[in-house]
Ligand binder design. Sequence first.
Ligand SMILES: *[C@@H]1O[C@H](CO)[C@@H](O)[C@H](O)[C@H]1NC(C)=O
Length: 403
Amino acid sequence: MLRVELLYACAWAGVATVLCFSDTLEDASLDVPHLVRKYGYPLEVHTVWTNDFYYLTMHRIRCGRDRNSNPNVNRPVVFLMHGLQSSSADWVVMGPGKGLAYILAEEGFDVWLGNSRGNVYSRRHLWLDPDSDVDFWKFTWDEIGRLDVPAMIDYALEKTGKKQLHYIGFSQGTTVFFVMCSMLPKYNEKIISMNALAPVTYLTNTGNPVDKALTYFSNEITKTAEFFGVGELPPFPRWFKKAGEMTCRDDAIVVKEVCYNIVFLFGGWNPDQSNKTMIPVQLGHVPAGASFRQFTHFAQNMRSKKFRRYDHGHVGNIKTYGTWSPPQYDLQEVRAPIHLYYSLSDIRATVNDIRRLRYELPNVKEVIQIPLYSFNHLDFMWAIDAKTLVYDHVIKTMNSYHI
Ligand SMILES: *[C@@H]1O[C@H](CO)[C@@H](O)[C@H](O)[C@H]1NC(C)=O
C-alpha cells in the first residue's frame, strides 16, 4: 500500500517538474531586468554604495512603452520602496497595465525602484560575505532608513540632475521613510510628495496570534540564531517555493487552499482581489531576503507600543545610544507633505495605528481610505483592482504638485 502511494507521489512530482519548466511560469523565474525587458520596457541597472559599504541595486524604467516613450524627455522622478522580505519585483510582477512601475512609466514619470540591503538584488558588501559573515546581517530597517534610502535618493537625484523627487512606499517601505526623515531632517527637502501605502510605524493593534507569540520570543530567537552565525532569515528552500508554485497553478490538481495559506503567511491578503493565475509568479519573487533583526525590530515595537530604535538590551543601549531604552523616532521632524493610504481590513497597518500616526505627523495633506472594505495589506501591490482603487489616486496626487 505504502509503495503505491510512493509511486503516486513520484509520478506527481514528475508531472510537477515538467510543468515547472513550462513557459507559463517563466515570469516566476526571471529577475527584474529580464522580466521588464521581456515586456518591452527599457530597464537600467544601477549600483549604489552606502556609507557603510553595502552595494545596493536600483532598477530604473525611464520611460513608457506605449505612451511617453521618448527616453530623452525630462520627467519628474519617482522613487519606489518595497516592503519587508520583498524587492523591486513587487512593482512589476503583476505585469504591464497592473504593476505600479509600468503604470507610472506610461504616465510620464522617470521610475526608480529601490532594493534594501540583504534582499536578492542587494546581497553584497565590500568585505562582508552574506553567506559566511553574520555581521553582514546585523542591521534592521533603522539602517535601511538611515543609510540605504538616503544613498539611493541622492543617487537618483544626482543622475537626473533633480533637486527633489516623489516617494512611494509600501509597508516597511514607509517605515524606512519615517526613519530617514526623523533622523536626517534635511531629506525632507528632497521630497515633493510622500505617498505612504499601508504605512507602518506603530503596531499596537495586531491581533494575529502568531505575531503575538513572536513578540515574546523574537529577541531570544535572533540572539540565538546570531550566536550560531545565522543572521539571515532562512529563505524558503527552493523545493518549497516550487511546491507553492505548483499547488497555486490554475490547473493544479492539489487543492488551492494550501496555496492560499502559504501566501497568507506573508501578511493580510484578500482572496476576492487575488488573481490566482499570478500567485505562482508572486511566489517566484517573494520572499526576497531579510535579516532576523528586521522582524525583531517590528516585534519590539509591537511590544513597547512605541516607534523607536532597535533595542539592544540595557547594556547594549547604553553603549549604542547612551540611554537605558532605545530613543523614539521623532515624527515631528517628518515635515515632507504626506498622503496616507489605508484600508479597513488591513491586518498590518490597522485603523487605530494609522489614526495615531496621522495625528503625530505635522504635515499630512490627505488621508485616503481605500473604498473597498475587504482590501487588505498585500492588496496594495497585488489586488486585481489596485490600479483603480489606489494607483490612479497616487498619480493624480503627484500630478497635482506639477501644476
Ligand atoms: C489574471 O492574470 C492573467 C495573467 O496575467 C490575466 O490574463 C488575467 O486577465 C488576470 N485576471 C484578472 C481578473 O485581472
